[in-house]
Design a protein around this ligand. Structure first.
Ligand code: IFG
Length: 515
């Protein structure tokens, strides 16, 4: 006791004894990071939270929101985490730095040692992407919202940036409708794995799901049905704007698809005048494709398309509008090209750029277009040869509506069955290896909804394959392989349980894991 008193005297009289935080040595072997970061090195000591630990944040509101999210994550701990932009030690900081130090707009540096936990990006997007990694570094108990009394975060330095700029998922809300809340739930899950594009397939033969004020019957009639009539519905423009804003808050861009000239029965059933014969079709509740077309010869068709694109463009901050263009089996090639060229001009008039399924290349594309590869590399290659960019959705690897095995309770099998390993073991860079890498923007995982009608169904088909796709989209090829991913994914199941994700328990992962 006397000694301690003596030490205290020494401290008070001679030094400003900053309480040296005790050093806690940590290791990063147990961390489960997916997508795997580009560079990660271990530090000797971790960051120990205590009563004096502060939080510092850049003044940008989006960065402050990330700091607030971090603080709320630790609400079940005894640490006050007072906001304080003056301290330089014992602090958790969220900063914007120059693009000289972090060139990628989605890149970040996460540096954790005994003095500070610092997350930096050159944009709020980069800080947000890094926050997803930080979430995976935090212990499961914290993510589960359990009360914890002590917390040390493993010491590490991660320098990370994405391989591809386009890392997306498509949700078909036309065959079966999904509510705003179900879409927002999916957005939350996508954000955790650094995906940045949500392609919404808003219209098809079975349903028109987005309110167009100048053509109200599109949703009154076209939104009143679905596959087997199981899930009718539509988004008001307010609903759609709230989805767009919510996605934006997670730095995810919504890309709306109005599929045309095929896959248009819902519109043709809503307005007789859109049909060449002037008669409305019947609403369709089946699962066939390729039997519908807008009437290419009628002027009203282009007035309709322009009204739709005008209203969609006004609600879409993103650069792209997806025009579909797939499976127009009852539109002659000549008419298809005439139609698309007129519609391309309309999209440009509203200052947007065109994405379309690979077939649109026949109408003539250029470097301002994106063709989405899904079925024939030969078709997409013709688009690439014209200078278009490509996003990769090869059905045999990326179609999340393909069954895992023949026994899967939901899904289709026309492109084959796709187990968790098959979805992962392929090389995006090798699909079109003869074109400049800059023409390959990235990958997107389509989930068609003919056979699904709930968030559980979405999650069963999307997880874990979407997680593997997220790694293929984000991580550098040199940093991953199936064996390392399989180990990490096996350990990640516990986190998915905490997150309440209804994932498929693949037997592929149960096989003995090489140590
Ligand atoms: N192909 C159709 C989709 C959907 C899908 C189901 C594309 C581009 C089969 N078009 O994929 O509408 O029916 O797997």
């Amino acid at each position: 006791m006397a000694f301690r008193f003596f030490m205290l005297l020494i401290c008070i009289s001679f030094f400003s004894c900053k309480k040296e935080k005790n050093l806690v040595s940590t290791n990063i072997d147990k961390l489960v990071l997916i997508p795997i970061p580009d560079q990660i090195v271990e530090e000797d000591y971790g960051f120990l939270f205590d009563q004096e630990t502060r939080v510092m944040s850049d003044t940008l509101p989006e960065v402050q929101a990330i700091a607030t999210q971090f603080k709320s994550l630790l609400k079940q701990t005894p640490f006050p985490l007072i906001l304080d932009n003056e301290v330089d030690e014992n602090v958790v900081s969220f900063n914007i730095v120059s693009s000289d130090s972090i060139p990628s707009p989605e890149g970040y540096v996460l540096a954790i040692n005994n003095k500070r936990l610092s997350l930096a990006g050159s944009t709020p997007t980069g800080v947000f992407r890094g926050m997803q990694t930080l979430l995976q570094v935090l212990p499961d108990a914290l993510i589960a919202g359990k009360q914890i009394d002590s917390l040390v975060i493993p010491g590490l330095k991660i320098i990370d940036e994405p391989q591809y700029e386009y890392r997306g998922m498509m949700l078909d809300v036309a065959r079966h409708f999904f509510t705003v809340d179900e879409v927002k739930r999916l957005i939350d899950q996508m954000a955790l794995y650094k995906l940045n594009k949500l392609h919404l397939h808003l219209t098809d033969d079975q349903g028109w799901r987005i309110e167009i004020k100048s053509w109200p019957k599109l949703t009154e009639i076209g939104g009143s049905s679905s596959v087997r009539g199981e899930r009718p519905g539509f988004y008001t423009q307010e609903d759609y704007k709230s989805i767009v804003a919510y996605a934006q808050s997670k730095f995810i861009t919504v890309i709306p698809e109005i599929d045309m000239p095929g896959h248009t029965n819902a519109a043709l059933a809503s307005y007789p005048e859109l049909n060449c014969n002037g008669k409305a079709t019947k609403l369709y509740r089946g699962m066939r494709v390729g039997f519908s077309t807008l009437c290419v010869d009628k002027d009203i068709t282009y007035a309709f398309v322009e009204d739709v694109i005008k209203e969609i463009a006004a609600m879409t901050p993103g650069t792209y509008i997806h025009l579909g263009g797939d499976e127009s089996h009852v539109t002659s090639k000549k008419d298809y090209n005439i139609f698309l060229n007129k519609v391309f001009s309309i999209v440009k008039k509203y200052k947007k750029q065109v994405i379309g399924w690979e077939e649109i290349e026949s109408a003539g594309v250029d470097s301002t277009y994106i063709v989405q590869h899904w079925q024939r590399t030969t078709t997409a290659s013709r688009g690439l040869a014209q200078g278009a960019k490509v996003i990769l959705s090869p059905a045999k690897r990326m179609y999340l509506d393909m069954k895992y095995t023949k026994k899967s309770p939901v899904g289709l099998t026309w492109a084959g069955t796709v187990e968790v390993d098959s979805a992962y073991i392929w090389k995006p860079s090798q699909i079109f290896k003869d074109v400049p890498p800059s023409q390959v923007l990235g990958i997107e995982s389509p989930l068609w909804s003919e056979t699904i009608k709930s968030s559980d169904d979405i999650e069963y088909l999307a997880f874990p394959r979407l997680i593997g796709h997220a790694e293929l989209g984000w991580s550098k090829r040199k940093n991953y392989n199936w064996d390392s991913y399989k180990l990490r994914l096996n350990k990640h199941y516990n986190r998915m349980n905490i997150l309440g994700i209804n994932y498929y328990k693949s037997p592929v992962l149960k096989t003995k894991i090489k140590p």
